[in-house]
Design a protein around this ligand. Structure first.
Ligand code: SAM
Ligand code: ZN
Length: 166
């Protein structure tokens, strides 16, 4: 399945993933993460009926998540050395390139940058990167060196950072 002219979905190391069909430069907009805005309670209901769907939801603000079912965001895999970051604007959630991305490369972001300090979800990581953390947990559990790097790159949305102080 293609999503516009720039992205497609293909089998990768961790199931299906998003693949670049052209090169991107750091800062380039990769895609909008479309989906339905749902409450945290709705995500719990997904969890009970269809764990996969619950796990796919993107944190949207303190009380809401974005459910990307049927959209490209449902295929966004995690890596501990990601090439994309999630950006939240008043209009929605977007993926932007963090580094140069060649055509044919998988697009990944770091799930911890969207897991508030109050999020209890964790995932065993199989990204295969040299700096793999093995367990992906919430933003408060990021190693200090990774946290500093992501803050420098503006890779953690403000509403996620706020969960560390509130
Ligand atoms: C948003 S979906 C991504 C699409 C998924 N790969 C598929 O085939 O449907 C997120 C799920 O992909 C898997 N996943 C993504 N990144 C992973 C990683 N680095 N290591 C292990 N599993 C991963 C996990 O099952 C996670 O809950
Ligand atoms: Zn990893």
């Amino acid at each position: 399945m293609n999503y516009g002219k720039s992205l497609t979905v293909h089998p990768v190391r961790n199931g299906l993933g998003i693949i670049a069909l052209r090169a991107f430069e750091p800062g380039d907009l990769l895609c909008r993460v479309r989906g339905r805005i749902v409450t945290a309670n709705q995500v719990w209901r997904y969890w009970k009926k269809d764990r996969r769907r619950g796990e796919n939801c993107f944190r949207y603000d303190a009380d809401h998540y974005l459910d990307p079912e049927g959209e490209i965001g449902a295929y966004a895999n995690h890596a501990c050395n990601p090439n994309a970051r999630v950006v939240r604007t008043p209009r929605g959630i977007y993926l932007r390139a963090l580094k140069p991305i060649a055509a044919g490369r998988e697009i990944t972001h770091d799930y911890s940058t969207l897991l508030g300090a109050d999020d209890v979800w964790t995932m065993k990581c199989n990204c295969g990167e040299r700096n793999c953390r093995r367990i992906v947990a919430n933003v408060a559990r990021l190693p200090a060196v990774v946290m500093r790097r992501y803050q420098r790159l503006n890779a953690i949305p403000a509403f996620i950072l706020k969960t560390m102080t509130s």
